[in-house]
Design a protein around this ligand. Structure first.
Ligand code: FSO
Ligand code: SF4
Length: 544
């Protein structure tokens, strides 16, 4: 196996024996083959689309399968290989439809659009399509940069899709980009352009998701979220899927079972639609990587709706449930019916047999500063900037992770001058959201816009401030970017920010292993992208 798609890639280079994430060789290879299958399927589907064949099931299949391969989503090679076979069969169906229309498909001569395998050969085929088969490291780097950007787009598109918000141009772009990563005639420059184009569609898909979320659940508003517990049996819900949360809250109503969020589900508390549930108690614990300790202490069942899933310990594996694209061998999976509804009664009954959660913290955290809420405070914010009360905004969005080097972000937040405000989104916030950093004239010094999926809000806020201050360039704003990344959605957000023209983004705790020295050079020279060094020097450099 070889994988270098996330920040924890072994030795900063890539995982080759077993993933640091816990993914084994068999799972890694099944994912490689699934990606290859999706690329071949995309080639065929694009021709089908050009010829008036529109198969919504194929678009959905590609989107969900891409999401399956994101770090910490699915560890079940059986499920992943099933997708490989389904992908091949959809591809052949499309070819037959094209042939039935009398269309010439001979230009579809790439192996990805034609291979057929049996389960016995699957592993061998997977080895043939390892990403290392692209020998030129710059081409490989660009192909993977685009592929990861598209994976993150698929996750965002999927969250919007379940709320019935769909944009066919985004599907088409994702498939075009995937197909192009197998095109040996493309030069490095052409791939750089495609990476930037990925950023454009990344902005579009994030806007689509924002619309889906806010039109379904209302605009997030300033909210205090309880981090303590009550004395009832309870269910913990993690991941990013708000539709799953909605269904769980509806089904637990009046059952005596409480619901708590974990990790990236925390921002659900900021939506007006979820405030009406008395049994929606608060947030339990911290970022994803601490789940092995926190799930143990929670005592009740846990529902994992998306990433980030950590290899479950035996102490709670039988209380763990997955749904959607998440999977782990031996862990119960809740499927949706054909109308997209899920029956969580088994989890609810399970909760009733469990003890209430052990309290690990008490108090409250504040959040809900998505674009609509911040823009309502715009006058106050603008005034604070003009008067000098706020010297700088520091975007510290992104992901958290288990590496010790991420303590940097806690130190950085603590040492930031008192006239700075942190803008955040994603699970990165857990490194500093309980520090009590105070406020500036009533504006909290940590403004949490929501999930990593809500990073779009930060872009909207920046663009609005640019307009209010009548600036020509987004980079003239008093905003600096010190972003922490972990998995592929962060790559999508990064490409989106680059597309919006944001320069001098600092990315940490390490630069992506998949950036070859030459590709990294292009990003440094054109966008001023940089890494991090140490807290004191970085604060001096970024804040002055
Ligand atoms: Fe965190 Fe995991 Fe949201 Fe990521 S939960 S690390 S960018 O998957 O999804 O921020
Ligand atoms: Fe390694 Fe990350 Fe790939 Fe897992 S996802 S195998 S940790 S690079």
């Amino acid at each position: 196996m070889f994988c270098y798609q996330c920040q924890e890639a072994a030795g900063g280079k890539g995982c080759s024996l077993r993933g640091v994430c816990g993914k084994n060789d068999v799972v890694a290879k099944s994912q490689d083959l699934l990606m290859y299958t999706l690329k071949g399927l995309s080639m065929v589907n694009l021709i089908a689309k050009e010829n008036g064949i529109q198969r919504d099931d194929v678009d959905k299949f590609i989107m969900e399968s891409l999401f399956t391969t994101i770090t910490n989503v699915n560890f079940d090679d059986k499920v992943i290989y099933e997708r490989v076979f389904e992908g091949v069969s959809l591809r052949e169906e499309l070819k037959n439809e094209l042939k039935a229309k009398g269309l010439e498909i001979s230009k579809l001569n790439h192996d990805a659009a034609n291979f057929v395998i049996s389960l016995e050969d699957a592993q061998k085929k997977a080895e043939e399509v390892s990403i290392l088969k692209t020998e030129n490291e710059d081409i490989r780097s660009l192909r993977e940069l685009i592929t990861y950007g598209v994976k993150g787009m698929a996750a965002y598109a999927n969250h919007a899709y379940v709320l019935k918000h769909v944009n066919s141009d985004i599907f088409k772009f994702m498939q075009r980009a995937l197909a192009k990563t197998l095109d040996d005639t493309l030069s490095a420059d052409e791939l750089v352009s495609l990476a930037l184009e990925t950023g454009k569609y990344a902005v579009d898909v994030m806007a689509l998701l924002d619309k889906a979320n806010t039109s379904t659940y209302g605009n997030p508003e300033i909210t205090k979220v309880n981090i303590g517990v009550r004395n009832n049996p309870a269910i913990l819900i993690s991941g990013h899927d708000l539709k799953d949360l909605e269904q769980l809250l509806e089904q637990t109503k009046g059952t005596g079972v409480d619901v708590y969020t974990h990790g990236e589900m925390l921002p659900a508390h900021y939506y007006p639609a979820f405030k009406k549930y008395d049994h929606f108690v608060g947030n339990y614990g911290n970022a994803w990587w601490l789940q092995d300790k926190e799930f143990e202490l929670f005592n009740g069942p846990i529902l994992m709706t998306t990433n980030c899933l950590v290899l479950p310990k035996d102490s709670y594996k039988d209380r763990l449930y997955t749904t959607g694209v998440v999977g782990f061998p031996g862990v119960k999976h809740i499927k949706e019916d054909k109308n997209g509804n899920k029956d969580f009664s088994e989890i609810i009954e399970h909760a009733k047999r469990c003890k209430p959660p052990v309290q690990i913290e008490e108090g409250e955290i504040i959040g809900g500063f998505a674009h609509n809420q911040v823009l309502q405070l715009a006058d106050k914010v603008v005034e604070a900037v003009k008067s000098g009360a706020i010297r700088k905004f520091v975007v510290m969005a992104g992901c958290d992770g288990r590496m010790k080097s991420r303590e940097y972000y806690t130190e950085f937040a603590k040492k930031l001058p008192k006239d700075t405000v942190i803008l955040t989104a994603g699970c990165a916030k857990y490194r500093y959201n309980k520090l009590q950093l105070g406020d500036i004239g009533g504006i909290p010094r940590v403004l949490d816009a929501g999930q990593c999926n809500d990073s779009y809000s930060l872009a909207v806020i920046a663009l609005k401030l640019k307009e209010v201050f009548e600036l020509n360039d987004i980079n003239e704003l008093p905003i600096v970017y010190n972003i922490a990344w972990y998995e592929q959605k962060a790559v999508t957000v990064l490409l989106a920010l680059l597309y919006l023209g944001v320069k001098n983004i600092h990315l940490g705790p390490t630069l992506p292993a998949f950036l070859s020295p030459n590709v990294a050079k292009v990003l440094v020279e054109n966008f001023g992208i940089g890494g991090i060094t140490n807290v004191d020097d970085d604060i001096k450099m970024m804040i002055g």
